[in-house]
Structure formats: C-alpha cells, structure tokens
Design a protein around this ligand. Structure first.
Ligand code: F6R
Length: 614
C-alpha cells in the first residue's frame, strides 16, 4: 500500500504533490509528507494522519520549488506517527526517499549501518534503504544512480521508490520492484511519478508503466532514461491513458462510495459495451479469443482473489459451473499460494482484482504461471501489475473506484464473469439456445433494473435509521445469493465497524441460530428462485426465536412481506442474475449506517484500497 508521487518541471511542485497525495490517499492514510528542493534547501514536512493535516503545516506560498516528492502511508514497519512518516532523509540530509513496499532484509542491513556509525530516527525499513544508498555512494564515490543500483542489489523485498537529491535539483531517480510506479511525461521535460495514473491525468496522458527491476532517471536536460538494475538501457514504452478526470471527482456526491454505488447502471453497461449483442445473439470477450480452445477444454478452472473480489469469484463458480459445466475451485489467493496447491499444465487460473495490485493475488498467479497454468486476469485498473502478469484477460471497465469499500467493481466483475460463462457455455454447447438468448436479454436489461433498485434508497435509509446502533448483524442467502450475503456483511463491517457475518441460509441452524434474539437483526435475501420456499422456512425459524428480519424480495412478493419486519423490493430478473440487483440495497444500507455512525465512509480505519503487502 502507500501512495507515492514525484514532480520535476517548471511549476511549483507542492500543489501538484498535494493534489496527487489526495488522489492516492485511498492507498493509505496513516501519515503523509513531502520533500521539496526550495531555494536550494531540501525542505521536508511530514505528519501523522491524513493529507489534510499536512496542509496545516506547510506554508504553500513559501513553497516555490519545482522539484519534489510526496508520500501517503499505510503503516507496515513502525506505528503511524510523525517520525515514521515518509519521506526519510539520509544521514547528511542531502537525500530524501519515498517508498511503497517492504524491505524484508532491513534488519541485518540496519545492524550493519549502525556499526558504521549511522543513526536512525524512525522504525521504518525505508530509512534503512536511504542510508544504505548514502553509504554505498560515499564508499564507492558513485553517482546517485549507481549508488541506488548497487543498493537495490542488496535489498530483498518490494519497492516503488523515488529519491530526491539536494545537490542535483534537476533530477529525480525512481525504481520499481513489486510495487506499482507510473511515469508521466509532460511537455518540455516535465515529469511525474505516481503509484497510479490518477495524480498524473490532469497534466498529461502520456505515461510509462515501469517494470520490475527498472530504474527511471528524469532530468531537466536529458529527459527520461530507463535502465535496469543490471545497467541495461530500456526504451521507454509510452502509452496513452484512457482515464477521464471526472471519474476522479465527487461530482456533487458527499462520498465516493455513494457516487460509485449510483454509477452502477453505467459501469455495468460499460463492462458489457461491445461485448454483447442481443439482436444477433452474440457474446465475445477479446481476451478469450486466442485461448478459447484451452479454456473450453480446461479440466478445471481455479479462481483466486481476495475480499470482495473473492465474493465475485464465488459467484463466478456458480455461473461457470452452471452454464459451462466446467468444475471451478475458488481460493483465497493468500491461502492458495502457501499450501502447495496442485496445479497442472493446462489448468486455467482466473485472478480477479479491482486494483490489479493485490500482493497475494499477484503471488498466486506467479506461482500458477510457473507451473504451466493459463492465467486470465479480470482487473479494473488498466495497466495494473496483475493485468500485465496475466497471459490474457478482460478489464472490467468500471472506471476508477476511489471509495475503499468496493461497490461498482463488484458488479463489473460479475459482468465479466457472466460474459465468460456465456462464451464458454455457448462454445461447449452446454447452454440451450433459448436460455442463452434469455440471459442476453436479461443482461441487457440489468442497467435499467439497477437504476430501479437505486430508487429504493429512501426505504433503505429508513431501515438504516432503525438499525444504526446495533452491534451485530447476520446476512443470509442461498445459491447465488450466498456470496451476496457475504458481500453485504463485509460492506457493513468494513465501513461501519458493526460486526456482521454472512452465511448460507440453511447453515444457520448448524450454529449461528444460537445467536438469534431481538438484538440480532437478520438480513435475508429471499428472492423468487428454486430455493425460495426453503429460505422462507429459514425466515420462520428466525422469527420463531424473536429475530428481526430485513428481507430483500422480488417485486410483488406477498409471502415474505407477511413474515419479515422490513422489506426491500428488487425487480424480477433471471435467477442467475439476481446478485447484480440484490447487492445494491446492501451496499446502500452499509453506506447509510456508516454515515449515521459518523464513520469515514471512503477511508475506513486501518484499511487501504490497494493491498500490496502480503
Ligand atoms: C472490500 C474491498 C477489499 C478488496 C480486496 C481485494 O470492500 O475492497 O476486500 O476487495 O482487498 O482487492 P482487489 O480487488 O483490488 O484485489
């Protein structure tokens, strides 16, 4: 996690860094800081907490320097405080560094540096790195690039880092291994560094995504040069960003999470755009084209993911098994990689990740790739590491998701998985033609139906008012609504800090039923499908124990209405498509409850959007 930015150009660096840090704050908000060469001095400001605290300690008018670096931190080594905040300086205060990642062997390196007389202010691994660079530079009389290169050879771990040098106000040097780093190329030797493209987009659309083992030097005279850690020259591959600035602004909404919930009719449509044609009865996913045979003939598919993306993966299992009859296994990426999994050549591994940077998911696909599996990445962030590490894949095209709690990325992932299941099913002949066509029509109608669900917002709001002070909540669903129950519970706990559990409705009687009383509200997704009657029985069991029920039901349902205390109606759709609709009220409910509890909805405590530590 952590967000890093750098600027070298003709404008004052501070406002550009500050805005960039605000854009990257989703990556961590334990502390922030900047270092700028201002009137020949390397000036550093840093403090605990959000970027807004940093604004309070910097006199913007006095900061006219045109070269600087900035950092927003998600603490790994060392508690969140002013001292552990980045940047970190060299012993002689001439170099400063910002770093995203973890230097795993920082302990022995630090011991060695202490023996050589270095002192350490912070508990961070990053301070060790800058002092190692300083020591190598001093000892070998190297220039900064060489010193960084040699230091990185001694380092084990992950990093995206930028170094600023007081003695050279015309140059920044950055390096990448494991953590993401983008270089923006403006006009007239103006350069930007950032953990993702969001701080860069308003200045330039031309970017270079650095690869692992690359070191980028930007210089007012010599422009951008990329060399590897082994000192080989690399020709920069300049790409044009497709991002739109509006998607990074609140646009009148009080929070990004609410904006992103409301964007879902559009984001689901964007995920389908150009991939589905109802009138001709066709579905295609560009990423599958060259690998179709292998995917159709796969003996099994393994889906790896974390968090909300793992919930999409569970739904992917239902969709692919049901429509394409290929066995699917779903794994937490973090468990998969550490349990010596059986992976055979020809297995297909789908990695789902909004950010495309989740360290565990990345490590899982690297492992699967090394054993001969085909890797199919479903990512939202274009150019992200998982997207690039995959053999092929599909972007979800949900647009930037800034709220830490994932909402529109989830429904966009479901869209991609549904399209994949349809393509596989059609190719394998496991879907009957009328069913295939009905599902296409159903998919096509989803954006309007999501729009309709969003109109239940007032009902959801009044339910939130009633339950905002509870300490626990249980979410139940069956079939495709079981992963939705898990997702609803995750949304509530992560942003409102209310303990919530998701369960398959029928599992309730195997344990959780013991928890039910009048203080344990139970949310039950009871839409009309094959297990409807069974779910209604589960509701009766809750009622019989004094439980309070909030039910998500299909429009026009009367049976559940007579049992439940509160109901939220969603439109009729194909059973397999219900999750696209049933998840929306659950997203809204957690949003409203969190706002009513005064929680920071977009930046919940202890979390970060991009989990780049293992
Ligand atoms: C929950 C949430 C997280 C992420 C998880 C994986 O709202 O956002 O659980 O889903 O950290 O992140 P990605 O999808 O970026 O790999």
């Amino acid at each position: 996690m952590c967000g890093i930015v750098g600027y070298l150009g003709t404008k004052p660096a501070y406002p550009i860094l500050l805005k960039g840090l605000k854009r990257l704050e989703y990556r961590g908000y334990d502390s922030s800081g900047v270092a700028i060469i201002n009137n020949d001095e390397l000036e550093m400001f840093k403090c605990k907490g959000k970027v807004v605290n940093l604004e309070g300690i910097v006199d913007e008018k006095a900061m006219t320097g045109t070269i600087g670096i900035g950092h927003t931190r998600w603490a790994t080594h060392g508690v969140p405080n002013d001292v552990n905040a980045h940047p970190h300086m060299s012993e002689n205060s001439e170099l400063a560094i910002i770093h995203n990642g973890i230097i795993e062997n920082y302990g022995p390196l630090k011991t060695e540096l202490i023996k050589r007389g270095y002192t350490f202010q912070s508990d961070t691994d990053t301070e060790v790195l800058i002092k190692l660079i300083e020591e190598i530079q001093k000892k070998g009389k190297f220039d900064l690039f060489e010193a960084i290169r040699f230091a990185l050879k001694e380092v084990v771990g992950a990093y995206a880092m930028v170094v600023i040098n007081k003695k050279n106000p015309d140059q920044l040097i950055a390096a990448k291994m494991g953590s993401p780093l983008v270089v923006g190329i403006g006009k007239d030797n103006e350069f930007f560094f950032a953990s993702d493209a969001t701080p860069i987009i308003e200045y330039t659309k031309n970017v270079v995504y650095l690869e692992d083992g690359e070191i980028a030097i930007v210089d007012r005279q010599n422009g951008l040069k990329i060399r590897t850690i082994h000192n080989k020259t690399v020709k920069p591959f300049i790409q044009e960003l497709e991002m739109n600035l509006e998607t990074l602004e609140l646009g009148g909404y009080p929070h990004f999470m609410l904006k992103e919930i409301y964007e879902q009719p559009r984001s689901v449509k964007d995920s389908m755009r150009g991939r589905i044609q109802v009138n001709t009865g066709t579905v295609s996913l560009g990423g599958m084209r060259d690998y179709l045979d292998q995917m159709v003939n796969a003996k099994r598919i393994i889906i790896v993911a974390c968090g909300t993306s793992w919930h999409s993966a569970l739904l992917g299992e239902y969709l692919i098994e049901d429509l394409a009859r290929i066995p699917v296994e779903v794994e937490y990426a973090s468990e998969f990689r550490y349990r010596n999994p059986v992976i055979n050549e020809g297995d297909v591994v789908i990695a789902i990740s909004q950010s495309g940077e989740t360290a565990d998911t990345l490590a899982a696909i690297k492992l699967a790739k090394s054993k001969g599996a085909l890797i199919y990445g479903i990512c939202n962030v274009i150019g992200s590491t998982i997207a690039r590490e995959s053999h092929t894949g599909s972007y979800t095209h949900a647009g930037p998701e800034i709220g830490v709690a994932s909402t529109k990325a989830f429904t966009a992932q479901l869209t991609a998985l549904m399209l994949m299941a349809l393509v596989l099913g059609k190719e394998k002949g496991t879907i009957e033609a009328p069913t295939f066509q009905r599902l296409l029509v159903g998919m096509d109608a989803l954006p309007d139906k999501i729009e309709k669900v969003l109109k239940t917002n007032d009902v959801v709001y009044s339910i939130a008012e009633k339950f905002k002070d509870v300490n626990n909540m249980l979410y139940l669903g069956r079939g495709v609504n079981f992963p939705v129950a898990l997702e609803g519970a995750l949304k509530l706990k992560e942003i409102s800090y209310i303990h919530a559990e998701g369960y398959p409705a029928a599992e309730m009687k195997h344990g959780p039923i013991a928890l039910i009383d009048e203080n344990m509200p139970v949310i039950i997704i009871a839409t009309k499908d094959a297990s409807y009657e069974k779910v209604v029985s589960n509701m009766q069991e809750v009622k019989a124990r004094g439980g309070v029920i909030i039910a998500i039901v299909t429009e026009g349902d009367t049976q559940v209405k007579s049992i439940a205390d509160h109901v939220i109606e969603i439109p009729i759709t194909e059973s397999i498509l219900v999750p696209f609709l049933s998840v929306i009220p659950l997203q809204l409910l957690s949003y409203h409850i969190a706002v009513m509890r005064d929680c920071n909805v977009d930046q919940p405590r202890n979390l970060a959007k991009s989990v780049t530590v293992e």
